[in-house]
Design a protein around this ligand. Structure first.
Ligand code: NDP
Length: 246
């Protein structure tokens, strides 16, 4: 049976690797992109030329109605969502002193409200069918805090609370809910950090002395989505090259 996997922000660095991995494993892959994303068509074309056949839908994860419309379209076109990867996210890094309510709000909404907005659309169906996977992409910076990221660390830490609370509610319903906390992965979110900061401040914190690869995170998502991971529930799994161990 071909399961439907929906990855929010699937055109970003990590999301793309997750989409490719899940498609290679035989899932019907769905990606969402921001309604303002003008490169979505080019992305799909380039994926098609590489032999990947994804469905893509515009969806503003900050907007509940947009999420509902997106998941309704997916349901009509492909069937109900079996695996939801809450991956869309943004950063607006600055010290708390400089942070405006707007910088706080948009980061909390995009990284955390999005998890509510998307999970709400798919959970009842998963419970009715007795099978589902909700996988939330958080961050090492939720676990340990990060200078200049009070907004982002708060939003990503909120995901952990969400995961654990929802895991209790659905534990007997065949649906697992888990969080992955990646360390620094070589995507545009990280390559946007000034080289000097990367080399002098970030890499020295990572015992493996390198950035992670999107494919390494995608492998973990694929595991959590699989049948074998049925007993992994309410977990927060680190993947960070040893940067933060506990
Ligand atoms: P990217 O910036 O490459 O991708 C982020 C994705 O989020 C984009 O595809 C973007 O879509 C989507 N997105 C942002 N805002 C919205 C919105 N309002 N509605 C819909 N989609 C939106 O980042 P990464 O791939 O690196 O990050 C993916 C996830 O992993 C994020 O949640 C990030 O916080 C997390 N993470 C990343 C780490 C890293 O080192 N890279 C480390 C730890 C966690 P579009 O392009 O269409 O605008």
């Amino acid at each position: 049976m071909q399961r439907v996997a929906l990855v929010t922000g699937g055109m970003g660095g990590l999301g793309e690797a997750v989409c490719i991995k899940l498609a290679a494993l035989g899932y019907k892959g769905v990606t969402t992109y921001s309604p303002s994303n003008t490169k979505a068509k080019d992305w799909l074309k380039s994926m098609n030329s590489r032999g990947y056949n994804f469905n893509a839908y515009p969806c503003d994860v900050v907007d509940f109605d947009s999420c509902r419309e997106c998941v309704t379209k997916v349901g009509n076109d492909l069937g109900p969502v079996d695996v939801l990867v809450n991956n869309a996210g943004i950063t607006r890094d600055m010290t708390f002193k400089k942070m405006t309510p707007k910088d706080w709000d948009i980061v909390i909404r995009t990284n955390l409200y999005s998890v509510f907005n998307m999970t709400k659309q798919v959970l009842d169906g998963m419970i009715e069918r007795g099978w589902g996977r909700v996988i939330n992409i958080s961050s090492v910076n939720a676990q340990k805090g990060a200078f200049g990221q009070t907004n982002y660390s708060s939003a990503k830490a909120g995901m952990h609370g969400f995961t654990k609370a929802l895991a209790l509610e659905v534990a007997k319903r065949g649906v697992t809910v888990n969080t992955i906390s990646p360390g620094y992965i070589g995507t545009r979110m990280v390559t946007a950090i000034p080289r000097e900061v990367l080399d002098n401040k970030i890499l020295p914190q990572i015992p493996m002395s390198r950035l992670g690869k999107p494919e390494e995170v995608a492998g973990l998502v694929a595991y959590l989505a699989s049948e074998e991971a049925a007993f992994v529930h309410g977990a927060n799994i680190s993947i960070n090259g040893g940067q933060h161990m506990y």
